[in-house]
Design a protein around this ligand. Sequence first.
Ligand code: HEC
Ligand code: HEC
Ligand code: HEC
Ligand code: HEC
Ligand code: HEC
Ligand code: HEC
Ligand code: HEC
Ligand code: HEC
Length: 347
Amino acid sequence: MLAGLTCLLVPSLLPAQLQMQKCMICHGKRDFRKILDSGEVRSLYVDLNMLQKSVHAKRICVDCHSDVVEIPHAEPPKRVSCTRCHYKGNPEGAPQTDAYLDYAQSVHAIEVAKGNPKAPVCQSCHGTHDIQHPKKPGSRVFRAAVAATCGSCHLDEFAQYRGSIHGTAVAHGNPDAPTCTSCHGEHRVLAPADPSSTVAPAHVSATCSTCHAAVGIVGKYGIDVEQVATYQESFHGVATKFGSRTVANCSSCHMTHDIRPPADPLSSVNVRNIPATCGHTGCHEGANANYAKGKIHVDPERPEAGIIYYVAAFFKYLTITVMIGLALHIALDFNRKLQALRKGGHE
Ligand code: HEC
Ligand code: HEC
Ligand code: HEC
Ligand code: HEC
Ligand code: HEC
Ligand code: HEC
Ligand code: HEC
Ligand code: HEC
């Protein structure tokens, strides 16, 4: 079919609609496709209707495919660069925001730069001819849809998240529960091993706490906000604050993507699963059923904490007694020195 066509230049002065129609002669055919070297079939059909319902309704083909200057194409057209129009100060009419510049620092951009073909570029998350405003239900990055978009590559995390208390809540339209981007960020997704990541071991508790320390957010669902305070007071909390990486943070006990309420038999903090959770590789080896007996989130200031309260109280009074003794010792010593000094002065 192409053999019959002589090299035809795309005149850039043609009215926009006419230019589009020129492209649609071939790309408007539903069965227009090519067969890749791998034997895979790639559809070259473009749904004009879809483009015209997208945020880019006013764009024409060559606005984005700016390297298409000849028909038939001298070379297979390259991938579209979104940032050709999307940058602060652009004259194209694209929103004047540079929030997505954060993408450049993300683990995704780093992987793309390394040549990982599986890592996402802008269009992997946003779409191609069907891009909608992120706040619209049809968008792939709409709150209710973004988990499936990230999940198309991160299958295991998505499967676990979908069954979690957070995933089911978001699926039921709960506006307060977290989706992937609430914990990981939108464009600035970093690897957990990166110390500045919101999901790095030292930051996990703070990330959970943005909601779990706020009565206004989780209080509505009958969840106590004490968890955060009691965690911070506990040995685990104090140790993470001082930079220990091996000590428990919220996720060590509750998991990350598979978080479920304690009453759920599948929850890592269900009474029956606590020995296994605490006995985690290298944590409390040999943890037995006794680990499940005491409450974990306890306020050591209250007698309900049982042994913990009494141990805490013992140490509190021990400390006070030692401090008083020490102060007394210093005072006596000072007094003795003072008297010795006075005596010396008289001589
Ligand atoms: C005469 C038919 C024809 C016309 C007209 C045509 N194309 Fe193509 N187009 C093709 C063919 C054939 C390919 C596959 C090229 C290849 O991969 O070797 C292609 C590939 C493409 C691709 C790359 C698809 C991919 O694999 O990612 C883009 C983008 C594209 N065309 C855009 C356009 C635009 C924009 C216009 C209008 C300015 C246009 N085409 C007009 C035949 C046509
Ligand atoms: C808002 C920018 C934009 C506009 C406008 C646009 N495209 Fe695309 N197009 C893309 C992106 C992004 C892709 C995905 C491939 C890539 O990453 O470059 C794509 C892919 C394609 C492909 C490969 C098949 C596919 O669907 O993946 C063809 C063919 C194509 N475009 C032709 C057209 C034609 C013809 C028009 C005009 C009717 C058009 N495009 C308008 C951004 C655009
Ligand atoms: C040819 C210039 C151009 C290119 C290339 C382009 N865009 Fe746009 N984009 C625009 C313009 C102009 C608007 C504003 C449309 C309007 O409001 O009418 C827009 C709007 C958007 C919006 C809506 C955001 C908002 O706050 O309104 C998103 C999301 C978006 N583009 C993503 C992309 C992605 C992803 C790509 C790459 C696949 C891309 N764009 C490529 C020009 C472009
Ligand atoms: C890993 C997935 C992902 C990648 C990659 C990605 N985005 Fe986004 N993008 C999102 C999410 C999620 C939102 C926010 C949705 C919301 O506001 O609820 C968003 C929002 C946007 C918006 C609208 C908000 C605003 O700042 O006005 C634009 C425009 C945008 N992205 C452009 C881009 C561009 C350009 C790139 C490539 C440099 C890109 N995105 C790469 C996921 C992604
Ligand atoms: C097109 C596929 C794709 C999409 C879409 C995608 N990712 Fe990724 N992601 C990757 C690849 C590839 C890597 C780097 C290899 C790896 O470590 O898995 C990666 C890495 C990550 C990492 C670091 C993993 C580690 O072990 O260090 C996190 C976290 C992450 N992505 C979260 C997200 C989130 C959140 C979204 C949605 C907003 C998302 N990804 C969308 C492919 C994708
Ligand atoms: C409640 C917060 C939260 C939500 C929601 C969440 N994550 Fe995570 N994610 C984390 C934490 C914390 C880690 C770090 C775990 C670690 O250090 O092992 C993590 C790690 C990851 C990793 C790195 C590999 C791994 O499993 O450790 C990927 C990939 C990832 N998340 C993708 C996703 C995707 C995709 C979604 C949505 C379907 C999602 N996350 C939702 C908190 C969350
Ligand atoms: C964006 C806010 C937000 C973030 C971030 C968040 N959560 Fe939640 N979480 C919620 C909401 C809202 C619910 C209640 C959902 C419902 O009951 O429908 C909930 C429920 C829970 C429950 C179940 C409580 C019960 O008894 O029903 C646990 C456990 C939990 N979250 C732990 C965590 C942990 C651990 C993290 C961090 C890794 C975290 N959450 C991050 C908002 C959040
Ligand atoms: C050492 C393990 C451990 C750590 C660390 C931990 N939790 Fe818990 N968490 C538990 C256990 C066990 C339960 C269930 C029994 C209980 O309430 O003591 C629980 C219960 C919960 C509940 C449900 C309470 C309710 O009202 O239904 C929430 C919410 C919660 N934790 C959030 C958090 C947050 C947020 C963090 C981090 C700031 C955290 N947890 C740290 C073990 C832990």
